[in-house]
Design a protein around this ligand. Structure first.
Ligand code: HEC
Length: 103
């Protein structure tokens, strides 16, 4: 009897955490989408720039993260990106890089 109650508790706990997972992912995705919206004015919708500004859609998250960090630190020279990248934390850069890598 005791064992079966423990088992039920475990099952309930597992299904509750499984149910919560997509909600957490969705929240992170929408936050990333909001942060990334400011990039799309120049880099195009979803980062698919058709013009002179380099497209960033589908580049690896690692490449995008490194690019943003080097713009932020001033290590990589830029006309506008150095200014733009200073506004983001490490965690936000990770989220933005992840977002554009999936476009
Ligand atoms: C005002 C226009 C503008 C905005 C806004 C902007 N960018 Fe850029 N981005 C540029 C330009 C121009 C370059 C080329 C480097 C330079 O001159 O600054 C560039 C370069 C880049 C590169 C390097 C691309 C490569 O191929 O190496 C990345 C990555 C990038 N931007 C990401 C972003 C992200 C992410 C955002 C939003 C957080 C953003 N940019 C917002 C104009 C912009």
């Amino acid at each position: 009897m005791r064992t079966s109650i423990r088992l039920w508790n475990l099952i309930i706990l597992l299904s509750a955490s499984l149910a919560l997972m997509p909600a957490v992912q969705a929240e992170e995705l929408s936050r990333a989408a909001i942060l990334s919206a400011s990039c799309e004015g120049c880099h195009g919708t979803g980062g698919r720039s058709p013009g002179a500004i380099p497209p960033i859609a589908g580049k690896s998250a690692e490449y995008l993260r490194e690019a943003l960090e080097s713009f932020r630190s001033g290590e990589r020279e830029a006309t506008v990106m150095g200014r733009h990248a200073t506004g983001y934390s490490d965690e936000e850069i990770r989220q933005i890089a992840e977002y554009f890598s999936k476009q």
